[in-house]
Design a protein around this ligand. Structure first.
Ligand code: NAD
Ligand code: UD1
Length: 359
């Protein structure tokens, strides 16, 4: 019986060793990357963070350490630096890459298309060349619901056509998805999972990591949070004449902790399959701007003053996804609701405000 027990233990150890992976996270210090690092560490993996800090703070790596009890390796570098990437992929014995690094401000991309194509598209090509040269051919890519453009049908399934983005940022995502599909067609050893995120919001429940954009936020949740804390006076609601139940825009908001877990759950799939696939990550239901405002007021106990403003150029009325493919392939499903998202956003914002005031 002792021998049998040893054998079972041995098999378990082998299983654990085999499933623990060393994963390079490009853009790993950012909003979604840092939460994914936490999720990977909690699952026993070893994330290595690679980031040029263009939109992140160095302190994130220690914060991840405080949450998980394990401070990951951080390497400061740019994805367009192919030589450094090759060195890191080799020296760190990387087995898979999760590629978050990129510029993501929609409005900015309209004025700076070359910067967006250089950073996002050329940067991805450099990364793929480095990966190919060292034989690492597993990639999970941060795509976006923006690739669907204006939805023809709701909920959006992965079968809906893509290619009609309204801005250069969205077009970089479409181009990268296409490049990745061509790469998989050219070489059957590649495994690429494009995760199409819907609207990630919230923060880690510890309040240690979250989203704190520079300047005035473009996205709804960071903006509401700053109004609630008094850093901004009121929220502009862009359009109340959409064909939606209350006339305001409807989106599929997803807690960033759920989104991060989606990457951890996609990893075994990327290891055991080859080829290209795109998978939606969302909750599968929409909330209107006014519903989110109400949920945030409830979570924070603060009133959010509103001004109704004209529609924002390039906005769509509504989008939400059918997330069943992620459940089928990865066993993943979002667990958190809008109340959790608003509570954790508010917690993060409150700590941030205190930090700013005591500085
Ligand atoms: P973020 O800006 O917080 O994180 C991106 C990180 O990449 C930052 O830490 C930045 O410093 C780094 N970076 C940028 N360019 C780099 C380069 N050339 N080399 C190395 N590092 C670089 O953004 P996020 O919200 O965490 O988004 C991560 C990814 O998910 C992005 O590709 C974004 O387009 C995509 N995405 C985000 C959302 C969203 O709403 N946040 C929605 C859909 C898709
Ligand atoms: C946008 C991008 C998407 C990107 C995402 C995260 C487009 C078409 N979509 O999504 O590609 O992945 O940001 O970066 O560009 N709103 C207000 N007041 C505000 C801010 C937003 O009313 O101050 C409304 C918007 O009009 C929209 C909803 O809130 O109806 C959500 O907006 P936002 O958070 O910016 O996300 P998206 O536009 O859905």
């Amino acid at each position: 019986r002792a021998a049998l027990r040893c054998d079972a233990l041995g098999r378990w150890v082998v299983h654990v060793i085999r499933t623990i992976m060393r994963v390079l996270l490009t853009g790993g210090m950012g909003f979604i990357g840092s939460h994914t690092a936490v999720s990977l560490l909690e699952a026993g993996h070893e994330p290595i963070l690679y980031d040029n800090l263009s939109n992140a703070d160095r302190s994130v790596v220690d914060r991840i350490g405080r949450i998980t009890g394990h401070t990951p390796t951080f390497i400061e570098g740019d994805i367009r630096d192919g030589a450094l990437l090759k060195q890191v992929l080799r020296n760190e014995h990387i087995e898979a890459v999760i590629h978050f690094a990129g510029l993501k401000a929609v409005g900015e991309s309209v004025g700076k298309p070359l910067e967006y194509f250089d950073n996002n598209v050329s940067g991805t090509i450099k990364l793929l060349e480095a990966m190919r040269s060292v034989g690492v051919k597993r990639l999970i890519f941060s795509s976006s619901s923006t690739v669907y453009g204006t939805p023809q049908h709701l909920p959006l399934t992965e079968a809906e056509p893509t290619g009609e983005a309204t801005n250069p940022y969205g077009r970089t995502k479409i181009h990268i998805e296409e490049i990745l599909a061509d790469l998989c067609r050219s070489d059957s050893e590649w495994s690429v999972v494009c995760l199409r995120y819907f609207n990630p919001i919230g923060a880690h429940p510890s309040g240690l990591i979250g989203e704190d954009p520079n300047g005035i936020p473009n996205n709804l949740l960071p903006y509401i949070a700053r109004v609630a804390s008094g850093r901004l006076p009121y929220l502009n609601v862009f359009g109340n004449d959409y064909d939606t139940p209350d006339g305001t825009g409807v989106r599929d908001f997803i807690h960033v902790v759920d989104l991060a877990q989606g990457h951890t759950d996609a990893l075994p799939y990327a290891v055991s399959h080859t080829g290209w696939i795109a998978v939606n990550l969302g909750c599968g239901r929409g909330y209107s701007v006014l519903e989110v405002v109400k949920a945030f007021e409830d979570a924070s106990g603060r009133r959010i003053p509103l001004h109704f403003a004209p529609r924002r150029a390039g906005d769509i009325a509504a989008n939400w996804c059918d997330p069943t493919l992620a459940l089928k392939l990865f066993g993943w499903k979002a667990k958190f609701g809008i109340e959790d998202m608003c509570r954790d956003s508010w917690h993060f914002e409150s700590l941030l405000k205190t930090e700013c005031e005591t500085r």
